[in-house]
Design a protein around this ligand. Structure first.
Ligand code: PMP
Length: 391
């Protein structure tokens, strides 16, 4: 048996320094960089796909809601945190997507935790694509279900895991647009597999909502699944809608179940009214201008084609996300920093955030990019590319 160490209080956290050294040796230290309020750099790293985070109508609605309802929600949704704005946003999200009901959470992360845990349990099997978002993975861990994470984009592996499960109830969990490479899940095929196996399908449409489908109704709507009795969608309000918060959208009885049982809904302070108003106004802007989503995908396609033409290993985007492979984690970091030094902010993904171990630049297109913006970005990314970045 190990002896229990006797440590003075000042040494109790010494192990954190040991861990930090290991991360430093592996080049995995993360840095917080403050974003200036008035950015003169071009942002190809954020998730403000429709360019609505600074839209005056959206910001104005947030300010007015804060004046009317206060800076915070004051309590959880079931106590004092629900306002008429929350109810209106839920109604409008459900209507927009063609689903029966919706429930707003304080973030997309909380929506995913709540949905996965409440729709599974010790009597359930969960089958996931192994590249799902971290918030879904945490939901699976907390669920007490049997969890099988199978090969990426391999419906036959999902089918096999479902047919060999040892629990009666089953939930298949996937992203619609995978956040690292921006590739799409075959939602139609997955829904059919679920139907054949008596399983429910939960889709995280964080990167599809506002970008894909008719007028930005999302990937689940595009696959004809938004009114299905066995499909549940989660979204974030912090990407296309430029606000903050998350939501679960789906059958009425699923939403009622979440209100009664989802712990990240019940025990969390409600989303601030300002964020709710911002999301509601952004949704109205999107409804009034259904050309916005197409601008995002057009810009993404244009950036990717130009980078590929310059010889870089860029993914061909299905939505807003473009990934560009780097030869190493260090090269990716230096590349992203060189871009930032020249006024182009890009994302940098490296292990452990990249499940396949390949470090990448991650670029996101926006609806409000001009042709000149795209040209400038491509020029800088290409000129700063490290040795070994070309295909
Ligand atoms: N799902 C996916 C696929 C995401 O990319 C994110 C945000 N990075 C989330 C969920 C979490 O959403 P939020 O930021 O609103 O918590």
């Amino acid at each position: 048996m190990n002896a229990i160490p006797q440590l003075p209080p000042e040494n109790v956290f010494d192990w954190l320094d040991t861990e930090a050294e290991k991360r430093a040796d592996a080049g995995l230290v993360r840095r917080l960089r403050a974003r200036p309020a008035q950015a003169d750099e071009l942002d190809l790293a954020g998730n403000d796909y429709l360019g609505l985070a600074r839209d005056k109508r959206v910001v104005g609605a947030a300010a007015a809601a804060a004046m009317r309802w206060g800076a915070g929600a004051t309590g959880s949704r079931l106590v004092t945190g629900s306002t008429e704005l929350h109810a209106e946003l839920e109604l409008e999200l459900a209507r927009f997507c063609g689903a029966q009901a919706a429930l707003v959470f304080s973030s997309g992360f909380a929506a995913n935790l709540g949905a996965v845990t409440a729709l599974s349990g010790a009597e359930s099997a969960i089958v996931t694509d192994k590249y799902i978002h971290a918030s879904l993975i945490e939901g699976c861990r907390l669920s007490r279900a049997d969890v099988a994470a199978v090969a990426h984009a391999t419906p036959s592996a999902i089918q096999h895991a479902l047919s060999t499960r040892r629990k009666p109830r089953a939930l298949v969990v996937t992203d619609s647009v995978f956040s690292v490479d921006g590739d799409l899940a075959p939602l139609g095929e997955l829904a059919e597999i679920c139907r054949g196996a008596g399983a429910a399908l939960l889709v995280d449409d964080a990167h599809g909502f506002g970008v894909l489908g008719e007028g930005g109704r999302g990937a689940v709507h595009a696959a004809g699944l938004s009114a299905s009795p066995d499909v549940v969608t989660t979204v974030t309000l912090s990407k296309s809608l430029g606000a903050q918060g998350g939501a679960v959208i789906g059958p009425r009885r699923v939403i009622k179940h979440l209100v009664d049982t989802a712990r990240s809904f019940i025990f969390d302070t409600a989303l601030a009214p300002a964020s709710v108003a911002a999301a509601l106004t952004a949704l109205n802007v999107l409804k009034a201008d259904p050309s916005l989503p197409t601008k995002v995908t057009d810009n993404a396609g244009n950036i990717a084609m130009q980078l590929k033409a310059a010889g870089l290993r860029a993914s061909l985007p299905d939505a807003a996300v473009i990934s560009v492979q780097a030869p190493s984690a260090e090269a990716a970091v230096t590349w992203a920093e060189s871009c930032a030094d020249q006024g182009i902010r890009v994302g940098c993904f490296r292990p452990p955030s990249v499940p396949d171990g390949i470090s990448r630049l991650r670029l996101t297109a926006r609806a409000d990019l001009t042709e000149a913006d795209v040209d400038r970005a491509v020029k800088v990314i290409t000129a700063t590319a490290p040795r070994g970045a070309a295909a």
